[in-house]
Ligand binder design. Sequence first.
Ligand code: KG4
Length: 347
Amino acid sequence: MSLALAFESSCDETGVALVEDGRRVIAAPLFSQIATHRPYGGIVPEYASRAHLEKFTLLTEEILRQHPLKPGDLDYIAVTTRPGLIGALLVGYQTAMAAARHFKAPLIGVHHLEAHLAAVRLSGMEIPYPALGLLLSGGNSAIYHLKKPGSIQLIGDTLDDAAGEALDKAAQILSFGYPGGPLIEKAAARYAESRGIHPGEEEKLERENIFPVILKSLEREKICFSFSGIKTALLRRHADYPDDNIDLLAFHYQERIVEHILRNLKHALAVAGKLPVIAAGGVLANKRLRRGLEKVAAFAGVEIRVPEFQFCTDNAAMVAAAAQLYFENGLKSPYENVTSGNAFGAA
Ligand code: KG4
């Protein structure tokens, strides 16, 4: 049995979690900074760092009040060291270092994207190595080949924006608010309902889609994402036809994004072989996307594992879930030293 305290601060959620065996969450208070950033339509890095600084102490104290811990009680401290907003990461790292010194526990640095994928372990599932990892968040859209614990290889990345970013920007264009993903999803569902389309039947409206297919002419086996073109298409359409039904725009926009993601997954399965799929990241909270992914996996004859909704968006429990992979396999985390080379860079 292992016990760990984990810290997450790569973007705009401040999370601390006490987790047993990297799988059972004992406590995981989370502070979302959405209200702080909403007036700006996106994340203001400096405000994010300040909020992390303020909230980490409060959240840690909240855990320790209910679960008093003394030096020697923890097997390790886990912390996200990359990728993310540099100021935000530094606040998390310093906090985790202080905790590691105080509790006399080793510090395990975690790659944020590996943590998103490891989140399936919090829902009673394991990563069935070798596997494909599909990661869709506000800052990343990528597909990884997960060879073994501690060994992930990027096989497809985005050429420009991330899927979540494209949804957030679309919601801004349509004046829905922030964060955009859930608001676009709601508007799209409203439109489908108004057309008598039940969940799972969205493709029936495919021929009416007013937006171009994303990267239509890309070679069949190439794995890459692009969301900037569709974003521009939405911007132009909304400027040219301001009286359009905005729920209709949200529906068709979301459909094109989902279609693009599904096509990339099909390509990845063709290139890497029939591997089980782990899909994670905040955008996986989208029910339309989840249904589509399940359909693609079923058609390809592979299993797909997705974390529960609560563990899809940024949280600290998933950081412990990833760190546990290193802990139980006797590995040294390659993400330990935040001062090394590309520590705060992309994956
Ligand atoms: O993984 P995450 O919490 O944070 C990082 O970016 O690391 O992902 C946040 C992203 C945002 O872009 C948000 O709009 C999107 O996930 N998101 C959704 C939904 N809920 C959150 N996108 C589509 N549908 C949703 N229901």
